[in-house]
Design a binder for this molecule. Structure first.
Ligand SMILES: Cc1ncc(COP(=O)(O)O)c(C=O)c1O
Length: 353
C-alpha cells in the first residue's frame, strides 16, 4: 500500500477479511445456511430469508452517480455514524493515535475516538468569525493525528467550510492524516461538495447520508467516499453484509425518478421554510441572535435558554439545548419542520420576553 490506506493501523495492512457467501444469479443457494422458505408477508424483492448482497453493488453504483464520483470510491455504511466508527477503528490504535475535532461540532467523532481509546485534540471553531475553521491550528494538530474531522455544513452552527480551506488542509496533511469532511447536510448547502477535490487529494474522505435531505433516517444508509484503496481496506473492516435488505430496497425506491424528484422538491421547500423561520425568529424579543445556516436547522441564542427550552417542552416541541456547551452559551438548535410545526415553535417563543 502506498496511498492513504498506508496510514491505517499497522496490524490491518495485511488483514485477511471474512469472505461472505457471494450471490450468483440463477444458482441454487446452498452455501449460506439460510432458510429455504420466506414469510407470506415478506414483500421484499430479494426475500428476507436470504442474506443481502454483501456489497450492495447496484445501490453503490447508483449512489456513486448521485454523488458524482467513480463507483470504486464509494463504500456504503449503516448511516454516517457507521462510517465515522469504521474510520476510527481502522486508523487509530488504542493509546497511541489521535483524531482532531473542531468544536462546537457533531459529537460522534469524539465519542467514536474515545470508544477506540484514541486521543482527541480539539481545535475550536472561531465564534467571532461565524464559527470559521482555524486552519493553522487544524493543520498543526493534524500532523500528529490520523484523522481530522471537518463538518460542513457544521452541526450545530450551520456554516459550511469553503472548498479552498478543505483543499489547503488536505495539502498540508498529505501523507500524514486523512481529512474527513462530513457532508451530512450537504444537499441543503449553497457551498459545493468537496467531492470535486477528490482527484487532487488522495487523503480526502467525504461522508454522505440518506438520513437528512432524502428522508431515510430510519433506513440507516450512508456513503463513505474515498480513495479506492481505502474503500477496499474499510470494506474488510465492516461486518459482513453491512446493509440490511430492507434498507437497500428503501434506498433503491428513493432513487426511482419520481421519488428523487419529490426529494428535490422537498429539499427546496425546506430551504425556503428555513429562511422564513430564520426571519421570524430574528424578530422575537426572547432571541438575541440567529445564525445563518446551510443545513436543515438553525442555531439561535436566547436571552434565557432554560426558559425557552422548557416553554417549548411544555408546548409539545423538542429542541436541542446547547446552552451549557463552551462557546454556545444561551444557544439552542431547532430543526426546520413543516409550516405548522414551525408556526407552533414561533408561537411558543413569541410568548417569552
Ligand atoms: C454532522 C452529522 N454527521 C452524521 C450524522 C449521522 O447521520 P447518519 O444518520 O447518517 O448516521 C449526523 C446526525 O445527526 C450529523 O449531524
Amino acid at each position: 500500500m502506498t496511498g492513504p490506506a498506508s496510514l491505517a493501523r499497522a496490524d490491518l495492512r495485511n488483514f485477511v477479511p471474512y469472505e461472505s457467501a457471494v450471490p450468483k444469479a440463477d444458482m441454487v443457494r446452498l452455501h449460506a445456511n439460510e432458510s429455504a422458505w420466506r414469510h407470506d408477508w415478506d414483500d421484499t424483492g430479494r426475500g428476507l430469508n436470504r442474506y443481502p448482497d454483501p456489497r450492495s453493488e447496484a445501490l453503490t453504483a447508483r449512489l456513486a452517480g448521485v454523488y458524482g464520483v467513480p463507483t470504486d470510491q464509494v463504500l456504503l455504511t449503516r448511516g454516517s455514524d457507521d462510517a465515522i466508527d469504521v474510520l476510527v477503528r481502522a486508523f487509530c490504535e488504542a493509546g497511541r493515535d489521535r483524531v482532531v475535532v473542531c468544536p462546537p461540532t457533531f459529537g460522534m467523532y469524539a465519542v467514536a475516538a474515545r470508544l477506540q481509546g484514541a486521543d482527541v485534540t480539539e481545535c475550536p471553531l472561531d465564534a467571532d468569525r461565524g464559527f470559521g475553521l482555524d486552519l493553522a491550528a487544524v493543520a498543526a494538530a493534524g500532523e500528529s493525528a490520523k484523522l481530522v474531522f471537518l463538518c460542513s455544513p457544521n452541526n450545530p452552527t450551520g456554516n459550511a467550510i469553503p472548498g479552498d480551506e478543505v483543499a489547503e488542509c488536505c495539502r498540508r496533511l498529505a501523507g500524514r492524516a486523512l481529512v474527513v469532511v462530513d457532508e451530512a447536510y450537504g444537499e441543503f448547502a449553497d457551498t459545493a461538495s468537496a467531492a470535486g477535490l477528490m482527484s487532487a487529494h488522495d487523503n480526502l474522505v467525504i461522508l454522505r447520508t440518506l438520513s437528512k435531505a432524502y428522508a431515510l433516517a430510519g433506513a440507516r444508509v450512508g456513503a463513505l467516499i474515498g480513495h479506492p484503496e481505502l474503500v477496499r481496506l474499510l470494506r474488510g473492516v465492516l461486518p459482513p453484509y453491512p446493509l440490511p435488505t430492507l434498507s437497500v430496497e428503501a434506498a433503491e425506491r428513493l432513487l426511482a425518478p419520481e421519488a428523487l424528484a419529490r426529494a428535490q422538491a422537498e429539499l427546496a421547500a425546506t430551504v425556503s421554510r428555513r429562511e422564513k423561520l430564520r426571519s421570524t425568529l430574528e424578530g422575537l424579543p426572547c432571541i438575541e441572535q440567529v445564525w445563518p445556516s446551510e443545513g436543515n436547522f438553525l442555531m439561535i441564542r436566547c436571552r434565557d435558554a432554560d426558559a425557552a427550552v422548557s416553554a417549548c417542552r411544555d408546548g409539545g416541541v423538542l429542541v436541542r439545548d446547547f446552552s451549557r456547551r463552551p462557546r454556545l452559551e444561551g444557544c439552542v438548535r431547532v430543526t426546520v419542520g413543516d409550516e405548522a410545526q414551525n408556526r407552533l415553535l414561533t408561537d411558543i417563543l413569541a410568548r417569552l420576553t
